[in-house]
Ligand binder design. Structure first.
Ligand SMILES: [Zn+2]
Length: 451
């Protein structure tokens, strides 16, 4: 196949030094025959050589085209190094920005394999790549994930280091991740989470000035041993996480105050977008359910009082756990809190029918009071809920004879409120800022103490 020069050329990696000679097509692949035009540089001494000794063909796997795999067949030279002080006599010319020495994939194909490996893992990644016509093994996928970053990145001196743990298997086995906070690149991964390995790594990097870490004692110890010259600071992520968790506990105790008064003509964006965020009024729950919930609270209160009584009588937490059949984690939480932990009020997603409130109101005022008919009409407009919800929605109008707006007090969960309170002002959208202003109006003493 004769290449149409300019377009095919631009598909190559680093087209400034790779020149496309021809394209061959097999049943299952394209083969791109290319040669290299560059000044060959000895990788050891950096001297340019023009003494070609021989040439050979390098095969590199590249991006597929339209689901067909592609191989680059590059003719590259072997050259003699004429620098008398260089120990290397003969070298193969390198392919900068195309492939690493000895690599069998182009850098860009290799990067895709690495990214898919990160997301999917070894075997699933290999299967996904096979569907994308990049044939590789699961071992290669994992090797790419573990590969160290490019030389130019790892050579950068690390002045400000971030350290945290990462999970081989969550809850069971952890390693350590080290990040260059200036270049925002991972510098190294340590296989374990231990002060010794961290300090050993630090001793090889005396240039480190600052270590940003969580408040786990391991890394503090490792840093003190391996880099006593450095300053240790608590990282922002963990500080904000702790602040947010504390705020959530404080706001949970005041969750009654987190009912926001209805806003006149609330813009559409402020309507609850996700379940658990806010709670608009839904038809009042049936009475038996309320009673059951009170019963459940009563039972829980009794168990709480039993735990406190046993603890005050000198029982250990483990013994209380065994005798009452309550998890130790729960007992510890209850005791630490010092008072009966009320359950969070349920946060329900607003019924789908609310989206059609304006239309239903308009039709009701026009005189259409038949729930089935209204149901059919809003179904035409895209309503996917049940007829019963429409009937329930208009039931209150039927009693009063008047269609009223369904807007009612919004509730915001303590978690959502805590996230808003601890978020930096310049990272908030206008809607979030408005919501925060409304929370501040409800419980100013809590909000003011952190802002
Ligand atoms: Zn040389």
């Amino acid at each position: 196949m004769a290449p149409s020069a300019s377009h095919s050329q631009s598909l190559l990696p680093n087209p400034s030094i790779l020149i496309l000679d021809r394209i061959e097509q097999d049943t299952d692949r394209f083969r791109l025959r290319v040669h290299v035009e560059q000044d060959p540089i000895c990788p050891l001494c950096g001297e340019v050589s023009q003494s070609r000794q021989s040439c050979y063909c390098r095969c590199l796997q590249d991006f597929p085209w339209q689901g067909v795999s592609v191989e680059l067949w590059a003719t590259v030279g072997r050259f003699r190094c004429r620098n008398s002080s260089c120990p290397r006599r003969i070298f193969c010319e390198r392919l900068p920005q195309i492939a690493r020495a000895y690599g069998r994939q182009t850098e860009r194909a290799s990067e895709i394999v690495r990214l898919i490996g990160y997301v999917a893992g070894g075997l699933p990644g290999q299967r996904l790549l096979a569907r994308l016509s990049i044939a590789t093994s699961d071992d290669t996928v994992l090797r790419r994930v573990r590969q160290k970053p490019g030389q130019e990145l790892s050579r950068l001196p690390v002045r400000n280091l971030g350290v945290d743990d990462w999970a081989w298997r969550k809850g069971q086995e952890y390693g350590t991740i080290l990040v260059n906070l200036d270049s925002h690149h991972v510098v190294d991964l340590l296989p374990d989470r231990a002060a010794e390995s961290f300090s050993a790594w630090l001793t090889q990097h005396p240039e480190i000035v600052t270590i940003s870490r969580d408040r786990c004692g391991l890394y503090a110890e490792g840093a003190a041993l391996g880099a006593p010259q450095s300053q240790q600071i608590a990282d922002r992520f963990h500080l904000i996480l702790n602040l947010s968790a504390t705020m959530e506990r404080v706001l949970e105790e005041r969750s009654r105050q987190l009912i926001l008064p209805p806003v006149q003509d609330t813009p559409a964006e402020l309507q609850p977008a996700s379940p658990g965020d806010c709670n608009t009024d839904v038809p009042s729950p049936a009475l038996p359910r309320l009673t059951q919930s009170q019963l459940r609270r009563q039972r829980r209160l009794e168990r709480y009082e039993q735990v406190v009584a046993l603890f005050n009588a000198g029982e250990s937490q483990a013994a209380i756990s065994r005798s009452l059949g309550i998890e130790r984690k729960t007992i510890r939480r209850w005791l630490r809190r010092g008072e009966f932990p009320e359950r969070k009020p349920p946060h329900r997603r607003p019924p789908k029918v609310n989206e059609f409130a304006d239309y239903l109101q308009q039709r009701w005022n026009e005189g259409c009071h038949n729930a089935s008919r209204l149901y059919q009409e809003i179904r035409q407009k895209g309503y996917q809920g049940k007829r019963a919800m429409v009937a329930r929605f208009v039931a209150s109008w039927r009693k009063t004879g008047k269609a009223a707006s369904p807007k009612a007090p919004e509730r915001i969960s303590p978690k959502h409120a805590a996230i808003l309170v601890t978020r930096a002002a310049d990272q908030m959208t206008d809607e979030q800022q408005q919501l925060l202003d409304r929370i501040t109006a409800q419980c100013p003493e809590v909000i003011d103490c952190v802002r």
